[in-house]
Design a protein around this ligand. Sequence first.
Ligand code: NDP
Length: 254
Amino acid sequence: MNLFDLDNRAVIVTGGNRGIGFALAKGLHQYGAKVIIAARDHARSQRACDAISPDSDRVLAVKCDVTCTKSVSVAFEQAQEWAGGLYGCIANAGVRGAGCALDEVNATAWRAAFNTNLEGTMNTFQAAIKPLKAQGEGRLVAVSSLAALHGNALFTDYSSAKAGIEGLCRALAIELAPHKINVNCIMPGWVDTEMNTDIKQDRRQFESIKRLRVPLKRWASAEEMVGAVVYLMSGAGSYHTGDTLRIDGGYHIG
Ligand code: NDP
């Protein structure tokens, strides 16, 4: 067997209907996984399934709002029923923060960043643990951000929520190791997705990020996140847990 073969492993990807999540769903499907796309905009999720493969029986869309425990548990039930179990879960759904100074951000905006990024990851993993334990092994992957590591003015909400995800994953990796469930994060750098449309429109900021801060001198494409996640989900990643893989074009050393 190929080390990276996913061989019908059922993997749910939250926020899999566009951007990084879509690239991950498509990549996992290419390597043989059964993929479940879980997001709020169901029509977009169905279009994403068609874009992955219009006639594949290894891809499904389920409606899911990660901020709502009921919605998450219904989505996971549908996913398991369809796939006949669950092997992996990628907590990718995320939103950027309010984008304003801490002394100006209001509590509602602050909580919104936490509800989707940190609590959404917690809700997602909570729903995944039972079926993964039943499977006797499994893989959880969360999507953190460079913002968890580097000071990011005007994004205290997003930065703290993403740093929280890393703490959650380290603790959970210890908790779930006896169940043969590996828990890791990926930490993307600047990725060219709709989340960054506003930054891309600001040519000066867009150019200065890649020229001054990224040794590889460019933004990443969403597809460049796929390899790390296939590795973590596959036999190749069997001894890897409690870690964060930085995929940032060298930003952290630049
Ligand atoms: P996008 O804005 O392109 O996509 C976000 C995805 O999350 C959409 O599929 C959206 O679908 C889904 N989503 C948002 N809120 C919810 C919710 N409450 N419940 C379920 N799904 C939800 O973002 P990216 O692809 O750029 O980002 C993906 C992840 O990567 C995020 O966690 C982000 O923080 C992280 N990241 C991104 C970076 C970048 O530069 N782009 C850098 C570092 C990290 P829908 O609206 O249908 O629910």
